[in-house]
Design a binder for this molecule. Structure first.
Ligand code: PLP
Length: 391
């Protein structure tokens, strides 16, 4: 099997599994209890918190663990909106956010908040000046993602954060895809709130974290016990949190080498695909993009057809994001970038990880051109294009 879908999720690293196992076996104490067994769980959770906090330039008391990236996004957005409702009810976000952000904003709209959605250009980039122009006296929150999950464009988050700071508006960024791929430092990025998720960096699924700058007013999303610095109730997922901490430790040790490795493979894929598959465009910014992500629109073809054909070769890839694939709607990201429905349907995302090899890239580049040719031979989109003299 060739796994080119690391933006959807990653395999749990062996070191991560080893670190977790004791907490699924003998070390099962509840971190809130007071005996020695429990304090070992407490200690492990706090070690993981320190590990993650130091990696993103935060104080450990500014980091809470959550159940996933989606929860962190919801907490940041709804928590801020609820806490600041007397100050204002206007929120700014972008058209290409993950649904965890967009749908949280839509939910608030139904409760009387107003949301301004900033468009993107054809490279999926948000213009910081447009964000600045959209800020009003009643704006309480700006949420713009760090890196896009479908096309990999990296947004000018530091610049947007600086504007928000000057205008006194809380700034949240979703850094789920950028963690470990491009530097994520909460001070350099000028953010008040930042979302990350474990399963994108070789930790298990079901653990995320939210950075909250000291002094940022936020209501709780989950009420109950006093866990997670009294900001997120619920007995901690100790093993998951320990795994996340270990995964971050691995990023500190090997992250740079991994980025160089995936960037080289990514560039081979981009060059190879554009060079051998006619009528194909790279999606996302050509330079300001994640080092592990190659994404394309292959004209006159259905993305799903490519995925199924790749699967027959044992190659895992995706078309649009994992959460929306399965639905027939074309990606909201590609539509926001100005692609037509027909072209957006032909999207292909290949996202790389530490385990991928040159041989795997060779295989992809060998099989893809013929695969596309065969699919086009059966595609009405292609025969129509031939009739129109387009191809
Ligand atoms: N934000 C982005 C940009 C993502 O890519 C994802 C997952 O694909 C999420 C949020 C959601 O993270 P989780 O799967 O941990 O809920």
């Amino acid at each position: 099997m060739i796994y080119f879908d690391h933006s959807a999720t990653t395999q749990v690293a062996p070191e991560v599994l080893d670190a977790m196992l004791p907490f699924l076996k003998d070390q099962y104490g509840n971190p809130s209890s007071i005996y020695a067994l429990a304090s070992r769980s407490r200690g492990a959770v706090e070690d993981a918190r320190r590990e993650l906090a130091s990696y993103i330039g935060a104080d450990p008391r500014e980091v809470i663990f959550t159940g996933c990236g989606s929860e962190s996004d919801n907490h940041a957005i709804k928590g801020t909106a609820w806490a600041l409702r007397d100050k204002g009810r206007h929120i700014i976000t972008s058209a290409v956010e993950h649904h965890a952000v967009l749908d949280a904003c839509h939910a608030l709209e139904r409760d009387g908040y107003e949301v301004t959605v900033i468009p993107v250009d054809q490279d999926c980039m948000v213009d910081a000046a447009q964000v600045a122009a959209a800020i009003r006296n009643d704006t309480i929150l700006v949420s713009i993602m760090h890196a896009n999950n479908e096309v990999g464009s990296v947004q000018p988050v530091a610049e947007i954060g600086k504007i928000c700071k000057e205008r006194g508006v809380v700034f949240h960024t979703d850094a789920v895809q950028s963690l470990g791929k491009v530097p994520v430092n909460v001070n350099d990025l000028n953010v008040d709130l930042l979302t990350v998720s474990g399963h994108k960096v070789h930790a298990p699924k079901g653990v995320g974290a939210l950075y909250m700058r000291r002094g940022t007013k936020l209501r709780k999303l989950i009420d109950g016990g006093g866990q997670e610095l009294n900001r997120r109730a619920g007995t901690e997922n100790v093993a998951g949190i320990v795994g996340f901490g270990e995964a971050v430790k691995l990023l500190k040790e090997h992250g740079e080498a991994e980025v160089a490795h995936t960037r080289r493979l990514r560039d081979r894929i981009i060059e190879g695909v554009l060079g051998t598959v006619p009528h194909t465009v790279l999606t996302g910014h050509p330079e300001k993009r994640l080092p592990n992500l190659a994404s394309f629109c292959i004209h006159y073809i259905e993305g799903e057809g490519i995925l199924l054909s790749l699967d027959m070769w044992g190659i895992c890839a995706s078309s649009g994001s994992a959460c929306t694939s399965g639905s027939l709607d074309p990606s909201h990201v590609l539509l926001a970038m100005g692609f037509s429905h027909a072209v957006a349907h032909g999207s292909l995302r290949l996202s790389l990880g530490r385990g991928n090899t040159d041989e795997e890239v060779d295989t992809l580049l060998q099989v893809l051109p013929t695969m596309v040719e065969r699919l086009r031979a059966m595609s009405p989109l292609w025969s129509d294009a031939v009739k129109r003299g387009e191809v």
